[in-house]
Write a protein that binds this ligand. Structure first.
Ligand code: SF4
Length: 347
């Protein structure tokens, strides 16, 4: 019999498997707790289960493990992992330190078809979607490493690594349900953020999901001309359509939206663009939050990081105009933290 990855199952599916195999929900819950509350990665070490249940688990499932190919650590404590999957593919996962805890940025696809012109991952077309187990295993592997080093484990999750999460939607939603399950990892929904390039129909679907986590939009430009140059998805879903969907999302969820804005020299970083950005997000009021991120150059691409004085002017303009805005501390610039760089350099 072909064994399945147990991390691909949500709690209900695991209980159903138990029922089909003569295992009561009492013991199915113990399996779930071993997996996610105690984070045990070997069935033989599961506690509170009869030997015959362990044998049934071993006959049906395996626990997805990622081989660590490389770990880079920067001065600010950012860690970047390059993991090898079972089929030999490589993926990246980044762990960042903040004053509010530790966040992990997970990858959802092998490569990315969105093809943003500033992004290292956009240089590698999508090979396949990651399974739920492969997305989840990034968190489990990182947590295990942090626990082994007696460090604080992951408190926040951002789905912002390689790939467009809404292009792997069903797996994304199942992943979110597993990590936020209060009997398992119990990561608070307000501490989970999914970032999208702006796939309009999926934004509306996401707004209507029972699982309510935060949404970030990779905006990067205040008008269609610049945005289409940077993100070809803007030709399919231009800013008018995108903002229509964002308004509806806020109306339904009553949640604020974060806008990621990478500052690229002489392209989107002048005061004129700051003014346009202000006009674009002003109607959203307090429901808009801007993350300004100085560009982290990619050797194969022509774009450059904005000058420090332009970054400061852009940021101050937004602050003076009462935009809720943060200039993001650069995480791991010196360790190739721009998405996709580690992987693209390794293959
Ligand atoms: S920025 Fe994100 S959506 Fe765009 S190509 Fe890179 S990984 Fe894909």
């Amino acid at each position: 019999m072909n064994k399945q990855a147990i991390y691909n199952l949500n709690r209900e599916e695991l209980y159903n498997w138990g029922k089909d195999n003569g295992i009561s929900s009492f013991y199915a819950e113990k399996i779930w707790l071993n997996l996610y509350r105690f984070r045990v990665q070997d069935f033989d070490e599961f506690e509170g289960l009869k030997p015959e249940i362990i044998e049934k688990l071993k006959a049906s499932f395996f626990i997805t493990k990622l081989e660590t190919e490389l770990v880079q650590k920067s001065d600010d404590g950012t860690m970047k992992f390059l993991f090898r999957l079972k089929d030999d593919s490589l993926i990246e996962t980044v762990v960042m330190n903040h004053n509010f805890g530790r966040s992990v940025c997970v990858t959802t696809q092998l490569g990315c078809n969105i093809g943003c012109s500033f992004c290292a991952s956009g240089l590698m077309p999508k090979n396949r979607d990651l399974e739920v187990a492969e997305i989840l295993a990034q968190i489990m592997t990182v947590n295990k490493k942090l626990m082994a080093d007696s460090e604080e484990i992951i408190s926040h999750v951002v789905v912002m690594g390689i790939g467009e999460p809404f292009d792997n939607y069903d797996n994304l939603m199942k992943f979110l349900s597993i990590i936020s399950d209060d009997k398992g990892l119990a990561i608070a929904k307000r501490q989970i953020t999914v970032s999208t390039s702006g796939i309009v129909p999926k934004i509306l679907e996401f707004a209507n999901e029972k699982i309510r986590v935060n949404m970030a939009i990779s905006l990067h430009a205040p008008n269609n001309e610049i945005r289409s140059k940077l993100m070809r998805i803007n030709k399919t879903y231009p800013l008018e359509e995108l903002f229509d969907a964002i308004h509806k999302y806020i109306e339904i969820t009553k949640k604020r939206v974060t806008f990621e804005y990478i500052l690229i020299r002489d392209l989107n970083d002048s005061l004129d663009e700051a003014r346009e950005l202000l006009e674009l997000i002003k109607p959203l009021g307090k429901n808009a939050y801007v993350n300004l991120i100085p560009y982290n150059p990619v050797s194969e691409l022509e774009y450059e990081r904005s000058r420090d004085e332009d970054i400061d002017k852009f940021f101050e303009f937004l602050i003076q105009n009462k935009v809720r805005c943060v200039l993001r501390r650069e995480h791991g610039g010196e360790i190739e933290a721009a998405c996709g760089q580690l992987r693209s350099n390794a293959i």
